[in-house]
Design a protein around this ligand. Structure first.
Ligand SMILES: [Zn+2]
Length: 368
């Protein structure tokens, strides 16, 4: 399979346009037109990852963290690690692609996989994104309403959490007068016409908007289609940050700490004591999720599991919520299994999907 076909599987799930605006997701090095052979998944790319990809005949590496984040002024393969990795990728004809905050912000993405490891049920986004949504309003003659609505839904319009095909319809009168050069499907040119119309309103993610309008126009009977697009500031229930859910049985703080340690195979944890002796409702965010502490507290979570927590954030949490720093690498690595499953399900040939066998975690614990 070609790289771009594999990448489509990722981007249908985690669209690039939901990523943080300062992020650099997508193609990092190489070509998306390349035939893939095998695929290697990893959190970070270093020279050892590229060597393993080469040994396993992987022509595509998919990493979570982008290799290229800050701009490079030169490729110095003697003094700069990153330059050497790029050189190696190019010499070995390996394409590198990254799915970073788009994978963090999508359903079943990084935080959902962390929640799954902790066996949380009733998983929901902790905070929904408030961007990337539009309201598309189309005016259609009554007899064409179903056809036009179907075309828009099939192109991705009208999705709201667990619901699809959502729309609102109201009936009114459309009024128009065609010029001498017009070719009206209804009425006569040069004469004011009144047509009973349906106004269809649907939600559309901004990255689907072009496609939805094109498909709508294909089946709409008017020469000049009347439609409006509004930008929304609503919460987007389809994308968000962090996850909140519940343990099957409540646990003591100590037992919950043990569950986190075992489930994430981490050797050590840092934490601040919470207010409650029993833990049932749990918020999680894979990677650096300190900014979601207030959302976790306001969501009545008894514990919040994330990473990269600083001293003052622990201070803010103390006696409010059991705040656990379970490690950046440890809280994100479960996501690779979901990427692997999704690609494998869609493969039409013998391409193999591997997870990097080493660890790219730079943090180690000192044991006396
Ligand atoms: Zn990360």
């Amino acid at each position: 399979m070609r790289c771009d076909k594999i990448i489509k599987i990722i981007e249908d799930w985690a669209p690039k346009s939901i990523a943080w605006e300062k992020d650099n997701v997508g193609l990092q090095v190489g070509s998306l037109r390349r035939e893939v052979k095998n695929i290697l998944l990893c959190l970070d790319v270093d020279e050892k990852v590229v060597d393993e990809a080469n040994r396993k005949n992987c022509k595509l590496i998919i990493s979570h963290h982008p290799l290229l984040f800050r701009s490079l002024k030169k490729l110095d393969v003697v003094n700069d690690k990153k330059s050497r990795i790029i050189e190696k990728l190019i010499k070995k004809d390996i394409t590198l692609y990254s799915a970073h905050t788009n994978l963090d912000f999508t359903k079943d993405g990084v935080s959902f996989q962390l929640a799954k490891k902790l066996k949380l049920s009733n998983q929901k986004f902790l905070v929904n994104l408030s961007q990337n949504q539009n309201k598309l309003v189309v005016f259609v003659p009554i007899d064409y309403a179903d056809k036009v609505a179907d075309a828009m839904h099939n192109a991705g319009a009208g999705m709201s959490g667990e619901y699809t095909n959502c729309s609102f319809r109201s009936i009114g009168t459309g009024i128009f007068k065609g010029s001498e050069k017009s070719n009206p499907r209804f009425g006569v040119k040069g004469k004011i016409e009144k047509v009973e119309e349906v106004k269809i309103e649907v939600l559309v993610n901004s990255f689907d908007l072009k496609k939805v309008i094109a498909e709508m126009k294909k089946v709409h009977p008017y020469e000049e289609v009347a439609y409006d697009v509004y930008s929304l500031v609503n919460e987007n229930v389809n994308y968000g940050m962090g996850v909140i859910g519940e343990l099957e049985n409540e646990l003591s703080q100590k037992d919950f700490l043990q569950l986190v340690t075992k489930s994430l195979k981490t050797k050590n944890l840092r934490f601040a004591q919470g207010a409650k002796s029993k833990i049932k409702k749990v918020a999680v965010c894979g990677g650096s999720g300190s900014d979601l502490l207030d959302a976790a507290i306001n969501g009545n979570a008894d514990a919040f599991v994330t990473a990269d927590i600083n001293y003052h954030t622990f201070q803010d949490a103390e006696n409010e919520i059991l705040l656990i720093d379970a490690g950046h690498y440890e809280t994100e690595i479960p996501a690779l299994d979901e990427i692997k499953n999704r690609i494998e399900k869609s493969l039409t040939d013998k391409t193999k999907v591997y997870k990097y066998t080493g660890s790219t975690n730079p943090i180690v614990f000192y044991n006396n």
